[in-house]
Design a protein around this ligand. Structure first.
Ligand code: C5P
Length: 225
């Protein structure tokens, strides 16, 4: 970490897990704790950046010195990130965004009926925000970073995902029932569109966050010279 190297930069970080409502009391969610995204927001602020944190569900308190926008669904996350990204130097999508949402939102609580099987839940696709921002940058120097949680063929899937999403950096980590989600530590490989691979050994999520900012900061330097 280089103190102050992000001074004068505006960075947007999304974090946490989106929740897609089925009815007023139920939702489809995921196990994201928000810890990696919050670590990214804190470390960027510590290095001098102005930080907008778009926070989906998490139990963490708002970090100090960061603008926090709380949202619930993937659709709301998309709106908040696109708005904040308009003047951002970097956008880091650490949020676990629901790929699908219920096709229908029931305005009243869904009831069980005696002797009847439940209605199936039909899902529809959510927009891919990372792919959209990568394809449609607010300005040519804007850097876009994604995250990918994979359970197998981690590097091969990561490379394919980096190309498919069109982002500059993709942080790939292996997940399983007892790995990554909710933990304070993480182990990852940061894949870059220029072909470089930066392994980050198992350690605190702050260390991985600082490594991401090191790579972002180095690329800001290139864009300027
Ligand atoms: O395709 P997958 O969900 O594995 O991609 C993960 C990356 O894409 C994360 O950076 C996540 O924030 C982002 N994403 C997104 N919009 C979606 C789904 C994922 O921006 N609908």
């Amino acid at each position: 970490a280089r103190p102050g190297d992000l001074a004068g930069r505006h960075v947007v970080v999304s974090a946490g897990g989106t929740r897609e409502p089925l009815d007023p009391v139920r939702y489809l969610g995921n196990r994201s704790s928000g810890r990696q995204g919050y670590a990214l927001a804190r470390t960027a602020a510590a290095r001098g950046a102005r930080v907008t944190l778009v926070a989906a569900h998490t139990e963490l308190p708002d970090p100090a010195g960061v603008d926090v926008v709380h949202i619930g669904t993937a659709g709301q996350l998309r709106e908040a990130v696109l708005k904040a990204a308009a003047d951002a130097d970097a956008v880091v999508m650490a949020a676990a965004v629901a790929d699908f949402r219920p096709a229908v939102y029931a305005t009243g609580k869904i009831k069980k009926k005696d002797g009847e099987e439940p209605e199936p839940i039909t899902l529809v696709r959510n927009p891919d925000i990372l792919a959209e921002i990568s394809a449609d940058r607010a300005h040519s120097g804007q850097l876009v970073v994604g995250f990918a949680a994979e359970t197998d063929e981690v590097l091969a899937n990561g490379r394919a995902k980096l190309a498919r999403k069109g982002c500059d950096l993709l942080v790939v980590n292996e997940v399983g029932e007892h790995k990554t989600f909710g933990a304070a530590e993480n182990e990852a490989v940061i894949l870059a569109a220029d072909g470089t691979e930066t392994p980050v050994p198992f350690g605190p999520k702050e260390v991985l966050a600082d490594k991401v900012w090191d790579l972002v900061s180095a690329r800001f330097g290139e864009a300027r010279s």
